[in-house]
Write a protein that binds this ligand. Structure first.
Ligand code: MOS
Length: 780
C-alpha cells in the first residue's frame, strides 16, 4: 500500500550515512587494506592488440631476488575462462592476445618495485596478427576472425506492426546516422584487491568490487573451488559506474592465483595507466535511423540499425545491447517498429557495463533525430515531442502496455516552464549571424526500464538486526558504490521502524555473510533492496509490536513508531504513554524474541521473445527530461553550458539529497560525454593513458543544475519509489547537442562535440588519433 503523505523521514534531506567516514579519511578503500607478510602482484600486459603467443620465458624473472612467484596460463588451477553471459574472457592468455590490455603473466614479489622489474624480465615471443577495429568491417566475410565462429557477438531485434505500411502513411521520411564515442568510467579510485589464502584452502579477497557475487562465481570457477570457500568482502568504493565488474573478476582471479601459489597475502593495486589500459569502457555505437512522420507531426514508423563495438570479450555486451534495442525508439508512440543491434567483436579495448548501460548512445541519437525531424516539419522541438510522447496505457515498441502513470509529459512540461523554452528557442534563431557568442537551448526526453527486466532473475535480500540497545545493523548483498544506497536503504528501514538514520549502521556486502542479491546494476537497488527492507521490517514489527502493546498496555493499533520511540496514541493520563525503541528492543530480547531477520523480495514477471522481438521487457519504467542552455564561442568552438534544468519521474523520492546528487553527477557525466570525453584507439592501440589527455568535466564546466522531481508513486515500488541513478546520466548529451544546433544551426551527429566539430561542422581531430577520415564520413 502506498502512503500518499505523512512520511516520518522518507523524502527528507538527511546526511549521507557514510559522509563522516569519507570526509575524515576514516573510510577504508581497497588500497587501504594491508596484511602482515603481504606480497605485491603485477600484471604483464600484451605487447600487441592481436597476436599469437609463440613462447613465454619466465626464467630470468624468477631468478630476481624478492620474486616469489611468476605465473602463466598453464598455472591456472581451474577453467581459464570466465564471463557473466558468454564465457569467453581469459584470466591469462595462453596462445593468443586479443587486445592491448590482455594479461599474459603475473608476478608476486616482496615490493612493488621488484614486481615491476620482474615484469621487464619476462620474455614473450609473439607473431603479430592483423587486427580489426571497426565493427562493420569486422562483420564482412573478408575480415580476420577473432573467434572461429566469426565476429558477431550477438544480434537483438524488436519488431512491431508493419513497417512498409507505416512509411506508406508518412509524408516525410528522414534518414540519419549518428555516432557515439568510447568512454572510460574514470572512477577516482583505480582498482585494488588484497587476496588472502584462507582456512580450508579457500581464499578471502577484500577490494573495490561492485558485483561481489558475479565475481565470486568467476573466481570459484577458475580456482575450481566451491562458492563457500571464496569470500569476497567489499571495501569502500571510490566510484564504479558499472566499471568494477569484469575488470575486478580478472583482478580477483589473479590476486587469488598468486596468493594460493605463494601461501601469502597478495595486494594488487592498478595504476591509472593500467586501469585505463585494461578496464572495459562504454560501447561506441554507430546508429542509423529511418523515421516516418505525417505533415502534422505524428510519428508513423521507425527503423534503426545499430553497431556496437564489443572488443574481444563479451562481458555485459549481450545485455547492454539488448537495452539499446528495447529503448531505441525513445519515449514515443510508434505503431510500426523495426530495430536491430549488432554487437561485434574487435581488437579494441573491450566494452561493458557503464552507467546508462546501452541507453546514453540511443538517447543521444533518437533525441537528435527528433529535433532534426521538427526542423524539417517547421515545428518546435517541444511541440513535436508533446504530440508523440508515451501516455498512460500506451503500448511500447516491444508490445508492452504501460499499466502505470506515465510521467514523461509532466517531466517535459516541468523543464519547459522553468526555462521559458519556447520563447528562448525562437529568439535564439534570430541571433546576429556575426556575433561571437551565440546562445542555444535544447531538450531531451527519455524512458527507461528499471532493474534487470528480462535480462534475468531479479531478487534481493536485506538483513535487519535490531541490537538489544535499540541500535540497528542493516546489510545486504547490494552495494554502496557512492550512489547513496547505504543512506537510501537506511531511510527505508528508518521510515518503517520509526527510528532515525543515526541509529543504523549499514554494513558493506560480504559474500560469506550477506545474501546473493544479484548485481548492483540497472538502477535496481532502491527498488529491490527497498522492497526487501520493507518486508524485513514488517516481519520484525510483527514480532515486536505485541511486546510494545504489553508494555504500553494498549492495543497494537494504538502504537505509533516514531523518532526512536513507541507512542500509545490513545493514551489517557496515568498510563505510560511512551517507551523508547531501546527499551522495547531490550524487552524483546529478554522474552527470547529474535530481533534478526532477512527480508527477501522477488521482482515481478517480465518476458522476452528473442525470435519475435517482443515482450514485457521491464516491470516498470521511469521517465525524464533535460534541458540545456549553452553559449557557443563561434571563434574558438568552445561550448559553455550556462544553465541546466532536469526533471525525473522517479516514482517517489526516498533520499532527497541522494536523488539530487545522482542528477548533479549524472549531468556532469553527460556533459563530459557531450563535449569532452573520448577514449581513442588506433588499430587497437589506445592513444592516451591517463587523465592528462582524457578530458573529464570538472566543477569549472558545470552549470547550475535546477532539479525538480515528478512523483507518480509506482504500485510495485517501495513507497512507490522507482529509480534515478542511470536515468540521470542519459539525457544531458542530446540536450546539449540540440542546444548547440539552436545556437549555430550546425547539426553535429557525432559525440563528443569537439571544438573542431562545433567550429567547422566536421571532425578535424588528428587522423593518427582517431582513424582515417574516410571512416568518419557522415550520411546527411
Ligand atoms: Mo550498471 S551500468 O547497470 O552497473
Amino acid at each position: 500500500m502506498i502512503k500518499q503523505n505523512g512520511f516520518k523521514i522518507l523524502g527528507t534531506a538527511v546526511p549521507r550515512v557514510d559522509a563522516f567516514d569519507k570526509v575524515t579519511g576514516r573510510a577504508r578503500y581497497g588500497a587501504d587494506y594491508n596484511l602482515a607478510n603481504q606480497l605485491y602482484g603485477q600484471v604483464k600486459y600484451a605487447d600487441f592488440p592481436h597476436a599469437d603467443i609463440i613462447s613465454i620465458d619466465t626464467t630470468e624473472a624468477k631468478k630476481l631476488p624478492g620474486v616469489r612467484a611468476v605465473l602463466t596460463a598453464k598455472d591456472v588451477p581451474g577453467d581459464r575462462t570466465f564471463g557473466a553471459v558468454i564465457i569467453n574472457q581469459v584470466v591469462l592468455c595462453s596462445d593468443r592476445v586479443r587486445y592491448y590490455g590482455d594479461a599474459v603473466a603475473l608476478v608476486a614479489a616482496d615490493t612493488p618495485g621488484i614486481a615491476e622489474r620482474a615484469m621487464l624480465l619476462i620474455k614473450i615471443e609473439y607473431k603479430e596478427l592483423e587486427s580489426v577495429s571497426d565493427p562493420q568491417a569486422a562483420l564482412k566475410k573478408s575480415s580476420i576472425k577473432i573467434y572461429p565462429k566469426g565476429n558477431l557477438c550477438i544480434h537483438h531485434k524488436v519488431r512491431k506492426g508493419d513497417l512498409d505500411k507505416g512509411f506508406g502513411e508518412s509524408d516525410i521520411i528522414l534518414e540519419r546516422e549518428y555516432k557515439t564515442q568510447k568512454i572510460e568510467h574514470a572512477y577516482i579510485e583505480p582498482e585494488a584487491v588484497l587476496a588472502e589464502p584462507g582456512e580450508h584452502g579457500g581464499i578471502t579477497i577484500t577490494g573495490s568490487i561492485q558485483n561481489l557475487y558475479n565475481i565470486r562465481r568467476s573466481v570459484a570457477k577458475v580456482l575450481n573451488m566451491p562458492l563457500n570457500r571464496v569470500r569476497l568482502i567489499q571495501a569502500v568504493l571510490g566510484g564504479s559506474f558499472g566499471g568494477k565488474d569484469e575488470t575486478m573478476s580478472a583482478l580477483c582471479c589473479r590476486g587469488a592465483f598468486l596468493a594460493l601459489a605463494t601461501g601469502r597475502p597478495v595486494k594488487m593495486v592498478n595504476s591509472r595507466e593500467q586501469s585505463m589500459r585494461e578496464s572495459y569502457k562504454r560501447h561506441p555505437y554507430k546508429i542509423r535511423y529511418k523515421i516516418g512522420v505525417t505533415k502534422t507531426g505524428m510519428f508513423k514508423a521507425i527503423e534503426s540499425e545499430m553497431y556496437a563495438d564489443v572488443g574481444p570479450y563479451a562481458s555485459m555486451s549481450p545485455f547492454v545491447t539488448w537495452r539499446s534495442v528495447v529503448h531505441a525508439t525513445g519515449p514515443y508512440r510508434f505503431a510500426n517498429v523495426k530495430t536491430d543491434v549488432y554487437a561485434v567483436y574487435t581488437n579494441n579495448c573491450y566494452t561493458g557495463a557503464m552507467r546508462g548501460f546501452g541507453s546514453p548512445q540511443v538517447c543521444f541519437a533518437i533525441e537528435s533525430l527528433i529535433d532534426e525531424l521538427a526542423e524539417k516539419l517547421g515545428m518546435d522541438p517541444y511541440e513535436i515531442r508533446k504530440k508523440n510522447l508515451l501516455k498512460d496505457g500506451s503500448i511500447t515498441a516491444t508490445g508492452q502496455k504501460l499499466n502505470h502513470k506515465v510521467g514523461v509529459a509532466q517531466a517535459l512540461q516541468s523543464v519547459i516552464e522553468r526555462s521559458d523554452f519556447q520563447n528562448k528557442w525562437a529568439a535564439n534563431r534570430q541571433q546576429d549571424k556575426d556575433s561571437q557568442f551565440k546562445r542555444g537551448i535544447g531538450l531531451s526526453c527519455s524512458y527507461r526500464g528499471i532493474s534487470l527486466g528480462a535480462e534475468g532473475t531479479d531478487a534481493a535480500g536485506v538483513i535487519i538486526s535490531i541490537q538489544t540497545d535499540g541500535s540497528l545493523i542493516v546489510t545486504t548483498g547490494l552495494v554502496e558504490m557512492g550512489q547513496g544506497a547505504a543512506t537510501t536503504i537506511s531511510l527505508i528501514v528508518a521510515e518503517e521502524l520509526g527510528v532515525t538514520t543515526e541509529k543504523i549502521r549499514f554494513l558493506y556486502a560480504d559474500t560469506s555473510v550477506t545474501p546473493d542479491s544479484g548485481p548492483t546494476v540497472a538502477s535496481r537497488t532502491t527498488f529491490m533492496a527497498g522492497n526487501a527492507a520493507r518486508k524485513g521490517c514488517s516481519e520484525l514489527l510483527k514480532r515486536i509490536k505485541p511486546v510494545a502493546s504489553e508494555l504500553l498496555k494498549c492495543p497494537v493499533k494504538s502504537l505509533k513508531f516514531e523518532s526512536n520511540n513507541i507512542i500509545n496514541i490513545s493514551s489517557r493520563k496515568g498510563t505510560p504513554d511512551k517507551i523508547s525503541f531501546a527499551q522495547l528492543a531490550g524487552a524483546c530480547f529478554q522474552r527470547g524474541i529474535s530481533l534478526y531477520t532477512q527480508g527477501w523480495y522477488k521482482g515481478p514477471h517480465t518476458s522476452w521473445d528473442e525470435h519475435t522481438g517482443k515482450g514485457e521487457a521491464y516491470f516498470t519504467y521511469v521517465y525524464g527530461a533535460n534541458l540545456a542552455e549553452v553559449e557557443v564561442d563561434c571563434i574558438t568552438g568552445k561550448v559553455r553550458v550556462i544553465d541546466f534544468y532536469s526533471s525525473h519521474d522517479l516514482g517517489r523520492t526516498v533520499n532527497l539529497n541522494g536523488a539530487q546528487g545522482q542528477v548533479y553527477g549524472g549531468v556532469a557525466m553527460g556533459l563530459g560525454y557531450a563535449l569532452l570525453e573520448s577514449y581513442s584507439e588506433t588499430n587497437g592501440r589506445p592513444q592516451l593513458e591517463n587523465f592528462d589527455e582524457y578530458l573529464l568535466a570538472t566543477i569549472c564546466d558545470m552549470p547550475p543544475v535546477d532539479v525538480a522531481f515528478v512523483e507518480n508513486p509506482d504500485k510495485l515500488g517501495p513507497f512507490g519509489a522507482k529509480s534515478i541513478g542511470e536515468p540521470a546520466c542519459e539525457l544531458a548529451a542530446p540536450a546539449i547537442a540540440n542546444a548547440v544546433y539552436n545556437a549555430t544551426g550546425m547539426r553535429i551527429r557525432e559525440l563528443p562535440l569537439t571544438l573542431e566539430q562545433v567550429l567547422l561542422g566536421k571532425n578535424l581531430v588528428r587522423s593518427d588519433e582517431r582513424g582515417s577520415a574516410k571512416a568518419r564520413s557522415k550520411v546527411s
